[in-house]
Write a protein that binds this ligand. Structure first.
Ligand SMILES: [Fe+2]
Length: 386
């Protein structure tokens, strides 16, 4: 099999590490922005993080208004409210601050200020025609990777479906990943956003669309997250650990944006859509079971995942080493106090056939999976997760 062609989609600027937020102020100054809309949620306002971002901008004589109505798994109505405010205010900079939800709403708002019509016109791939007004995305978790991915997800409540706008114009002018902003993240949020990031790294590393370039990011992401997630949950105030988590999550996001994710994310969709299970928790529960199914699809890479997660594999056969990656993830879940079964979440077993059917319909992601998965296979994986 030929290796996949290397392509790299990424924001034109990435600022990552302690001090990244201050540097963002400089960039906003370079853009000669005068009026910014900060898009976030109430939790980020209460935590004081949005005030920190606001100060960086006002110090550059940029006036700031705040839209703080972003909700988890935002729906179209939430996004339209933000777009209305942005259009009325004639801003020259949009700054999304938060997890995936706030960053996605900020990206869509930026593009709908310059493209005609409504969000409904742009669900799908490459439908946006124009660059939006400049957007900066400031990640406050480590994380969703939304600051570096060219897609934004909204819930269409009318049909109870998540819909995506996929376009290079969804990428921000600058992605800002400052670990300082994650220091006060509670352990529960650290654990499930961290598992989302680890899932991005492992799924994109073993994706059919992986390239030597995405492998480079994914491997380092697995090593960094595997080496720091336990400590980040146990001692969230450790700056070295938060740094590793932030950079690991960023690299996982770059790998995901270019290689895609697979069956874990496909199976997590119905758990989120039908039972409102938070994305990172659904991924965490499913990850080891999907990996166990996927091992025969790429023994070499799963053996490498085990090694990157710190397992001693030198004395093992390649297949034994590959299955050790599954054990490594299970041990990690135990140490960060994550739910490990769907039983713990009170999901009824009777939902399995419908969830399996829904997961197989996510063909965009299933196409990336290293082993072909049928509806029967998906049912089996769900059963193992109970
Ligand atoms: Fe994810």
């Amino acid at each position: 099999m030929d290796r996949n062609l290397i392509t790299l989609k990424s924001p034109s600027l990435i600022l990552a590490g302690f001090g990244a937020l201050a540097k963002m102020g400089e960039e906003a100054g370079n853009l000669e922005a005068r009026k910014a809309l900060l898009v976030t949620d109430k939790g980020i306002v209460d935590s004081g993080i949005s005030a920190k971002v606001e100060k960086v901008l006002t110090d550059r004589n940029i006036s700031v208004d705040i839209f703080d109505q972003v909700i988890p798994d935002p729906d179209i109505a939430c996004c339209e409210k933000c777009i209305d405010q942005a259009k009325a205010g004639r801003y020259d900079l949009i700054v999304g601050v938060g997890g995936g939800s706030s960053m996605d709403i900020a990206s869509v708002t930026s593009t709908l200020c310059t493209n005609p019509g409504t969000v409904h016109d742009y669900f799908g791939v490459n439908l946006l025609k124009k660059q939006g007004i400049p957007a900066f995305l400031v990640a406050t978790t480590a994380g969703t990777g939304a600051e570096v991915t060219p897609n934004a997800i909204l819930t269409d409540t009318a049909v109870r479906l998540k819909k995506g706008i996929v376009s290079p114009y969804i990428l921000p002018r600058a992605a800002v990943v400052d670990p300082e902003l994650t220091l006060s993240m509670p352990p529960r949020v650290t654990s499930f956003t961290g598992m989302d990031a680890l899932t991005h790294a492992i799924e994109s590393y073993t994706s059919m669309n992986a390239t030597p370039l995405t492998d480079m990011y994914a491997r380092e992401a697995i090593r960094l997250i595997g080496g720091s997630l336990r400590t980040a949950v146990a001692r969230g105030d450790r700056r070295d650990t938060r740094y590793d988590m932030s950079i690991g999550s960023l690299y996982a996001g770059i790998s995901l944006a270019n290689a895609g994710v697979g069956a874990v994310h496909a199976l997590a969709y119905p758990l989120g859509g039908q039972f409102n299970v938070p994305h990172g928790i659904a991924n965490g529960i499913l990850l080891p079971h999907v990996m166990e199914f996927n091992v025969p699809g790429d023994v070499v890479k799963f053996a490498e995942v085990a090694r990157l997660l710190g397992e001693q594999v030198e004395h093992l056969s390649p297949v034994e080493a590959a299955y050790r990656s599954v054990e490594a993830v299970k041990n990690l879940l135990r140490d960060i106090d994550m739910p490990k079964t769907l039983t713990e979440l009170n999901i009824p077993r009777s939902a399995i056939p419908e969830m399996a059917a829904a997961s197989i319909n996510v063909t965009r992601l299933m196409a990336n999976n290293p082993r072909r998965m049928t509806a029967k296979d998906s049912e089996k994986v769900f059963e193992n997760a109970f």
